[in-house]
Write a protein that binds this ligand. Structure first.
Ligand SMILES: *[C@@H]1O[C@H](CO)[C@@H](O)[C@H](O)[C@H]1NC(C)=O
Length: 264
């Protein structure tokens, strides 16, 4: 954690502990906190184990995302929207390409993400982006550039993690506010693991297939088993999909929604 990530804000509310094995972020009424990766990447596979804010986490948002700089940025989001004690967290995902997002999909999880660490992963390679939870793919965004859908592939991204307050919208659309008497709220991160092409001085250098666990991720496609697991998640745990929300898109659904149901 010391080697690959730096705490960038929160004035002491973010801490590396246990000899670099654990990173905690906390939030109180004055501020949240956050970290970022020291490197930027152009393609990679990123795994992070996260244990979310326990108890009443309503109003809080814990994030782990990839983002490039500038005004036409690319971004791959995993945001965990807290909830009252006993009520389910929502995993909110989005994908921005060239500054444009509006590709939200939201999921409940099939376990209690406050009780234990679970592994949340992003695979980003030239053919697709896959978001997975404990190795189960929940969302795939295919490279459909040939058909005119913008795909993130020229801007290097950094990994970020944050814990912040969003009581205006996070829980039941803002109906449930943060209970500040329970502050500070704390989320924990560990076992950050990545295999990626590191960006430096305008060039990307990818690991050789023999180092860092090989570069099979670079060509990885969803297996048939992965596709059917993703279908299981989407049928049972998806609570919002922009592709099923034509009201939002009076000009017609985004192209990737109409090209392939699997690309969403
Ligand atoms: C919080 O719990 C309510 C009630 O079970 C649920 O409708 C909602 O989706 C949950 N999550 C968020 C982030 O509001």
């Amino acid at each position: 954690m010391y080697q690959d990530l730096s705490i960038t804000w929160g004035d002491g509310r973010g801490q590396v502990q246990n000899n670099g094995q654990l990173m905690t972020l906390s939030l109180d009424k004055a501020s949240g906190s956050g970290f970022q990766s020291n490197n930027q990447f152009l393609y990679g596979r990123f795994d992070m184990q996260i244990k979310l804010v326990p108890g009443n986490s309503a109003g809080t948002v814990t994030t782990c995302y990839l983002k490039s700089d500038g005004s036409t940025w690319d971004e791959i989001d995993m945001e965990f929207l807290g909830n009252s004690t006993g009520e389910p967290y929502v995993l909110h995902t989005n994908i921005f390409s060239q500054g444009k997002g509006n590709r939200e999909q939201q999921f409940y999880l099939w376990f209690d993400p406050r009780a234990d660490f679970h592994t949340y992963s992003v695979l980003w390679n030239p053919s697709h982006i896959v978001i997975s939870v404990d190795g189960t793919p929940i969302r795939e965004y295919k490279n459909l550039e040939g058909a005119g859908v913008p795909y993130p592939k020229t801007q290097a991204m950094r990994l970020y993690g944050t814990l912040w307050d969003a009581e205006d919208w996070a829980t039941r659309g803002g109906l449930v506010k943060t209970d500040w008497s329970k502050a500070p709220f704390t989320a924990s991160f560990r076992n950050y693991n990545y295999r990626a092409c590191v960006w430096s001085n305008g060039a990307s250098s990818c690991p050789s297939s023999s180092s860092r666990g090989g570069s099979s991720w670079y060509n990885e496609k969803l297996s048939t088993a992965g596709q059917s697991r993703m279908k299981w998640v989407q049928q049972n745990y998806m609570i919002y999909n922009y592709c099923n929300d034509p009201k939002r898109f009076p000009q017609g659904l985004p192209l990737e929604c109409t090209l392939s149901s699997k690309s969403s």
